[in-house]
Write a protein that binds this ligand. Structure first.
Ligand SMILES: NC(=O)c1ccc[n+]([C@@H]2O[C@H](COP(=O)([O-])OP(=O)(O)OC[C@H]3O[C@@H](n4cnc5c(N)ncnc54)[C@H](OP(=O)(O)O)[C@@H]3O)[C@@H](O)[C@H]2O)c1
Length: 257
């Protein structure tokens, strides 16, 4: 049976762990060649590459500090080389802007360095990765930006700088959907609710009270899994979503409806 993303090439940022890992593995199972981006977790990224290969797919790892534009540019040079060696050209089809950080700080607790760091990784990094990617993306390509339920339901958690970065991501989604739709490129925000990844380990993992607080505020009364975000991204990265663009789509089990 032919796979729905056979012949496509995807770059997933922050694919060494958490949601990015689940997204990369799902796109690999769907037949895409996956560039597994990581920041520091090189062993974990290599493990994702091996998992995709064992499932019959193909992948390779690329590294960049996402808060640093020079590092992003160097990653795209490495990506160009790898893709040219494999395919004879630098073009690819799917960009998933997933890398992000979420320091759990309120207005009162946020110092300047923390504020700058959140915006550098979640907004500046996503912006300049997309700047590098856009000329390399094939027509009818896909961009999926990881947003958050917190850009809609801001009362859900008191982490305003993080929530504001995801609001900025949603604006960029609509801006780029409007501009690049003429090329058939779709751009959407995929917004998870709280999922048990390393990002939330400090307050959610193994904490029955937090699990109960999240589950009870959702229509579907359990904690979501990373694979459920991978599945939602697979729709937005695939051919069946060709008429969906510029949208904020929440995959949160119906959080704070
Ligand atoms: N988990 C949730 O509940 C949830 C909810 C809503 C939205 N989201 C969004 O979903 C995305 C993924 O979250 P997650 O929970 O999977 O996070 P995670 O488990 O903490 O993983 C974060 C990933 O991003 C990479 N990364 C972080 N900072 C980086 C930097 N400065 N340079 C390069 N890479 C960097 C990490 O790479 P290395 O480890 O290799 O450095 C890692 O692969 C984020 O955009 C987040 O805001 C998550």
């Amino acid at each position: 049976m032919s796979k729905i993303l056979a012949g496509k090439i995807a770059l997933v940022t922050g694919a060494s762990r958490g949601l990015g890992r689940a997204i990369a593995e799902r796109l690999g199972r769907d037949g895409a060649l996956v560039a597994v981006h990581y920041g520091r977790a090189s062993a974990e990224a290599e493990s994702v590459v091996q998992t995709i290969k064992k499932a019959g797919g193909d992948a390779f790892a690329v590294q960049a500090e996402i808060g640093d534009v020079a590092s992003i540019q160097a990653m795209f040079q490495a990506l160009d080389k790898e893709l040219t060696d494999r395919t004879g050209e630098v073009r690819f089809d799917i960009l998933v802007n997933n890398a992000g950080i979420a320091p759990m700080v309120s207005l009162e607790e946020t110092d300047e360095a923390t504020f700058d760091r959140i915006f550098d990784v979640n907004v500046k990094g996503l912006f300049f990765v997309t700047q590098q990617a856009i000329g390399r993306l094939r027509d009818n390509g896909r961009i999926v930006n990881l947003s958050s339920g917190l850009s809609r339901a801001v009362g859900g958690m008191d982490i305003p700088a993080y929530s504001a970065t995801k609001g900025a991501v949603d604006v960029l989604t609509r801006q780029w959907a409007s501009k690049y739709g003429a090329r058939g490129i779709t751009v959407n925000s995929l917004a998870p609710g709280a999922i048990d990844t390393d990002m939330n380990a400090g307050w959610l993992r193994g904490n029955a009270e937090s699990e109960q607080m999240i589950s009870s505020s959702q229509a579907i009364k359990r904690i979501g899994k990373p694979t459920e975000i991978g599945d939602a991204v697979a729709f937005l990265a695939g051919p069946d979503s060709r008429w969906v663009t510029g949208q904020y789509i929440e995959a949160s089990g119906g959080w704070l409806l």
